[in-house]
Design a protein around this ligand. Sequence first.
Ligand SMILES: *[C@@H]1O[C@H](CO)[C@@H](O)[C@H](O)[C@H]1NC(C)=O
Ligand SMILES: *[C@@H]1O[C@H](CO)[C@@H](O)[C@H](O)[C@H]1NC(C)=O
Ligand SMILES: *[C@@H]1O[C@H](CO)[C@@H](O)[C@H](O)[C@H]1NC(C)=O
Ligand SMILES: *[C@@H]1O[C@H](CO)[C@@H](O)[C@H](O)[C@H]1NC(C)=O
Length: 351
Amino acid sequence: MAAMFFTLLLFLSFPPSLPSRPFAEAPVTLDMDGNVGSSVAVDQSRGDEVRSSNSVRPKELNPNEPEADRSSTAQNNHRVKQNSSKSNQSDGTLTRHLPDIIIIGVRKGGTRALLEMLSLHSAVAAAQSEVHFFDSDAHYQNGLKWYVSQMPLSRTDQLTVEKTPAYFTCLDAPARILRMNPSVRLLLIVRDPVDRVLSDYTQVFHNQLQKHKTPQPIEDLLIRDGDLNLNYKAVNRSMYHPHMERWLQVFPRDRFHIVDGDALIRDPFSEMKKVERFLRLEPQITEENFYFNQTKGFYCLKEKGHEHCLHESKGRTHPNVAPEVLQKLCKYFQEPNRKFFELVGRTFDWK
Ligand SMILES: *[C@@H]1O[C@H](CO)[C@@H](O)[C@H](O)[C@H]1NC(C)=O
Ligand SMILES: *[C@@H]1O[C@H](CO)[C@@H](O)[C@H](O)[C@H]1NC(C)=O
Ligand SMILES: *[C@@H]1O[C@H](CO)[C@@H](O)[C@H](O)[C@H]1NC(C)=O
Ligand SMILES: *[C@@H]1O[C@H](CO)[C@@H](O)[C@H](O)[C@H]1NC(C)=O
């Protein structure tokens, strides 16, 4: 009986929810880095604060030690004390800690836009580059200590977020993330899978041009022997349901919030309100944070008088695809899409 009571007390003391922290003004860094997926980030800088850190290394940060950080209090142990003379916070202490929130994908879904829009909130501290911790064995071997070192400095009242779209399709990522922080909140941004394929192709196309290579025409990649080429990675990555199924075997559905990437482009404010609600953040993002840039054809961000648009590489024009190929794509995705809707209990307005 006493043991039961104690267990209950323990549970009540550490509810598996986001810590509610007070809110305050925060500097928001709007990094223009547009290198999605291709390069692995080393410099997560919030500027030179990173280098001036005299960090006290946290203990028990090795993911190879299984039970090291399963406890809900692990978060606090991971805080790395910093003394930044630049900080102007109430207690003057900035720390790095493991993410409370991870944007897990999808590649070319609008993860950068989501991260930057989330950064408008003063209670959010975002790692500006993709960390690739859970999908890269080499990085994962470095342990959680390394992972924490990649996180931005933040105040105790801020939530830390990182985004690495490659997590969504990585087989090891869900279990590894669970072990890091069992109460982490996961954001998944999806868009019409056909548009995502084209966008995926477009990115690779531009990367190859940059490397002075000749990109293959999209039809050659999409079609093999008259049929849709399912081995083409871009097609695989647009089949959201098998990947989502794996994630749901590890995390309960209510741990995910799915952002409609197409809606985020059309009406970023409404979509961000839903994100704020899911993360239980004080409503702070307003319609005034967004303005439509006619030249670009999409919304840019406005924050404390500063205007800021996404990197050039975002919102590129897609290739013209033969209509019959496009039709094949649309037709093919009907079934995977239906399965995905069923899985997440929600439908999306896809072709
Ligand atoms: C932080 O460092 C500065 C300069 O090195 C020093 O003046 C200040 O007292 C330190 N603050 C704390 C909280 O340690
Ligand atoms: C620190 O914050 C106070 C009040 O918020 C402000 O008046 C002051 O200018 C700030 N100092 C620096 C160095 O930013
Ligand atoms: C898609 O990729 C996953 C791994 O990322 C793999 O397990 C699966 O078999 C692939 N599906 C197809 C249809 O190729
Ligand atoms: C709108 O986009 C164009 C083209 O990228 C850019 O040159 C211009 O500075 C932007 N204007 C504003 C107000 O953001």
